[in-house]
Design a protein around this ligand. Structure first.
Ligand code: NAP
Length: 281
């Protein structure tokens, strides 16, 4: 490959499912850039060496996905956001220094801004289901928008408690079986668990108790419309889907690597949607 081509990759184990190459190569083509975005399947025990050789391998940066996001943070110089979330998903070079950030935060917020404008106006109460890596990014994002009462419910209660320890008293851990009783007072409901994903059971929730002004977000994007979002839609509630978050979180990495801020257009969305519903070979 000639040296004037900028290469970037997504590193994961496994990584075949990642839609990041589709998104970034679409933007590379749209902006007529000399670039290439690849997949790199890297085992956990080989990750550190791979990262140390990232530049030698010809990469200007990378996305990092499961299971490497926490180690990526340790091996780089994180910004405040990645540090607060405790995980990095985007790496780039500033001179010789490998920097990192977490773009799930802005992906989640920008998608809500686009799909449910004004969602945070007067919003006090949010209910977040799940307490994993994505939940940490989302709780951080909600706090940054001034939401003062964020309840977090998780199957493993201790992980919900850990979010309060990380982010402070505006985060209130609750038991998983309390969720149904709290819906009436919730302005924003967010699913960050893998429930509702293809091959997983749906969330066992009835949304009728939510007020009409409530917004529902699901970060699962396969299927595009999860059972939770289908119910929200049928009840006439505003909702934001996981694909929108995935597309919006990609914007910052592309800007850092290629110096061009790309747009999340309906054409990009349709292309990724078509890939998500395509039968597996
Ligand atoms: P993670 O750190 O592994 O957390 C998984 C969460 O799901 C935990 O809270 C876990 O609860 C919960 N969970 C799993 N199975 C469950 C079950 N049967 N019943 C109740 N809770 C269950 O994963 P993550 O990185 O946060 O990702 C979570 C989901 O978000 C994945 O589906 C991922 O694909 C999606 N995601 C989407 C985007 C996007 O851009 N749209 C970005 C990031 C992640 P326990 O703690 O009790 O195990």
């Amino acid at each position: 490959m000639s040296n004037d081509i900028r290469a970037v990759c997504v590193i994961g184990w496994p990584v075949a499912h990642s839609r990041s190459p589709l998104i970034h190569n679409f933007w590379i083509g749209q902006h007529a850039l000399k670039g290439e975005y690849r997949r790199e399947a890297v085992k956990p025990e080989e990750f550190e060496t791979f990262i140390k050789e990232l530049s030698q391998r010809g990469y200007a940066g990378a996305n990092v996905t499961i299971p490497h996001k926490e180690v990526a943070l340790e091996l780089s110089e994180p910004d405040d956001r990645a540090l607060a979330v405790g995980a990095a998903n985007t790496l780039w070079f500033e001179g010789e220094t490998l920097r990192s950030t977490n773009t799930d935060v802005e992906g989640f917020l920008a998608n809500l801004d686009q799909m449910a404008p004004g969602w945070d106006r007067g919003l006090d109460d949010a209910l977040v289901l799940g307490a994993g890596g994505a939940a940490r990014a989302i709780v951080f994002g909600l706090l940054s928008r001034g939401v003062t009462n964020i309840r977090v419910a998780n199957r493993t209660f201790a992980r919900a408690q850990a979010l309060r320890e990380r982010f402070g008293d505006n985060v209130k851990p609750i038991q998983w079986d309390e969720v149904g009783g709290l819906l009436a007072g919730t302005g924003l409901l967010v699913n960050t668990t893998s429930l509702g994903m293809k091959g997983q059971p749906p969330l066992d929730l009835r949304l009728e108790d939510l007020r009409k002004s409530a917004v529902v977000a699901d970060i699962v994007y396969s299927p595009l419309i999860t059972p939770l979002l289908a119910e929200a839609r049928d009840l006439g509630l505003r909702y934001a889907d996981g694909l929108g978050m995935l597309l919006h979180q990609a914007v910052r990495g592309f800007s850092l690597w290629f110096g061009v801020k790309p747009e999340v257009t309906s054409e990009l969305r349709s292309m990724v949607e078509a890939d998500l519903v395509k039968p597996k070979e």
